[in-house]
Ligand binder design. Sequence first.
Ligand code: ADP
Ligand code: MG
Length: 282
Amino acid sequence: MSAVTELARPVDDNSRENWDGGANTGHPVRPGELDLSHNVILYLDDISVSFDGFRALNKLSLTIDAGELRCIIGPNGAGKTTMMDVITGKTRPDSGKAYFGQTLDLTRMTEPQIAHAGIGRKFQKPTIFEHHTAFENLELAMKADKRVRRSLFAALSDDERDRIAGVLRRIRLDREADRLAGLLSHGQKQWLEIGMLLMQEPRLLLLDEPVAGMTDDETERTAELFVSLAGSHSLMVVEHDMAFVEALGGKVTVLCEGSVLAEGDLATVQADPRVIEVYLGR
Ligand code: ADP
Ligand code: MG
């Protein structure tokens, strides 16, 4: 049976709570669930995508480990957003492999199936509910979670309140819980949207230019948030702000013309003559 057919089956509500992806205890991994047995959460191999003959991705290969915080940099048009579109099922590659863990073939899953399997994506423009409070936004995100079949009107349990409070603390909005989201600062809105993603307990977070438009202070706090999420989550962060990339401290992948140009710690890739050329050659 294919991963797609398996995923179409309902997943029981508690199944994700006590489950370690088979990484540590040798638990058998249920069909349709994330298998991290080789410590790899994302595996892209030889991915190509063309738009009207133009190669946006050109034999792109990239691997992200479980718990890793990876930064993706590269000039405009390098294919960074297209890569995220492939990972989330929005764009189908013309060729190549894309796996979530060992077994989930992303090229054969729909966008909702991929989200359900544990990949959360934050777009540049926040999609929060401005006329609801920060708390209610997280509540709505939790209740909209397809894995949890419950009514939008059902009262919250104590556990659910605690979960929301925990996420509010994590995104530094605990003191803004009762504020209308529309009244939050730009940076706070971005954090709220990250909180909405976290309510769905994603294993891999894709963040496209998350600190664009933020103040320096908000940017610094966002770096701290991402560093704190790494380990229990894997993150792929596309960003132009080099101070932010440096603060994240993870491995950096440089994309150029649809493939990987260089990879390593920030200082190493910044010293790479090929990287200097694509940035200076613009
Ligand atoms: P980046 O995010 O690195 O700036 P993108 O992935 O957005 O780059 O774009 C890569 C290239 O693919 C660009 O030249 C862009 O114009 C092109 N492209 C992206 N999406 C589409 C699309 N849907 N149709 C046509 N061309 C596209
Ligand atoms: Mg982009």
